[in-house]
Design a protein. Structure first.
Length: 251
């Protein structure tokens, strides 16, 4: 019962993270499950399935508010599907400690980026003047995002947002909704690969995923009324907490 309660609490936190920022639940799920005794790779596989379940309600809310660009989501998702297959194979042959160090460095850098944007949400948000070529570059960049998904379990929410900042003109809420749909496709590809390798904790995926599905719906509704600066500050705080928890474990 204590384990189920812990998984439910983790799920509620994941729903808040994904609903407000469009980011992968990996920032919470992987550190939490690692502390509960799962290996890093199994935690990543479980996190991917949590993302698959969670994003359903979040995407629905953003769709209802008109904050999803279906065309861009599918373009980004296609490349990420391929990249996730490559990344999962890399993860299966890489030592846990190496993956944990990379994960810590990644979250530390993203904390820095998020807090900078909380002070100026429009920072570096400008469209590269390459016209229709944006749609050609987007899937190529998303392949790299997919590789990160497969190795670290980060389904690419914030990275998809970075690509959209570079190539497309959207406000932050529309980018979050669009990124969440692309993240679903990326997570699905990686999740299938981890399942086939037997590296997913089914109980953790279901309990955390369903809890996050419910909480994500309400937090996504809240996010559509929040100022962009608050969203970025919230995301930065999550990155800091995750980085510190992983750094303590690695050291």
């Amino acid at each position: 019962m204590d384990l189920i309660l812990a998984l439910i609490v983790i799920g509620i936190a994941v729903g808040a993270l994904t609903g407000i920022t469009g980011s992968s639940g990996v920032l919470i799920v992987v550190p939490a499950l690692s502390y509960l005794g799962l290996s890093f790779v199994d935690s990543v596989g479980t996190s991917l399935w949590v993302d698959i379940i969670t994003t359903i309600s979040v995407i629905l809310v953003y769709f209802r508010h008109g904050n999803v660009d279906l065309k861009v989501s599918l373009i980004l998702g296609v490349g990420a599907i391929l990249g996730a297959q490559i990344g999962s194979r890399i993860a299966f042959v890489t030592p846990d400690r190496v993956l944990e160090v990379i994960f810590t460095l990644f979250t530390t850098y993203m904390a820095y980026v998020s807090f900078r944007r909380s002070r100026n949400p429009k920072l570096n948000i400008r469209k590269v003047n390459i016209g229709t070529l944006s749609y050609a570059f987007a899937p190529l960049l998303s392949i790299l995002i997919g590789v990160v998904t497969g190795t670290l379990g980060a389904s690419g929410g914030i990275m998809f947002i970075a690509v959209m900042m570079l190539l497309f003109s959207m406000d932050v809420k529309r980018m979050i909704g669009t990124a969440t749909l692309a993240m679903l496709l990326s997570a699905l590809s990686g999740g299938v690969a981890y399942s086939m390798a037997g590296r997913v904790d089914v109980l953790g995926s279901v309990v955390i995923g369903v809890s996050a599905l419910i909480s994500g719906f309400f937090f996504a509704r809240l996010a559509n009324t929040m100022r962009p600066s608050i969203i970025y500050a919230f995301l930065g705080s999550v990155f800091v907490i995750t980085s510190l928890s992983e750094a303590i474990k690695v050291i």
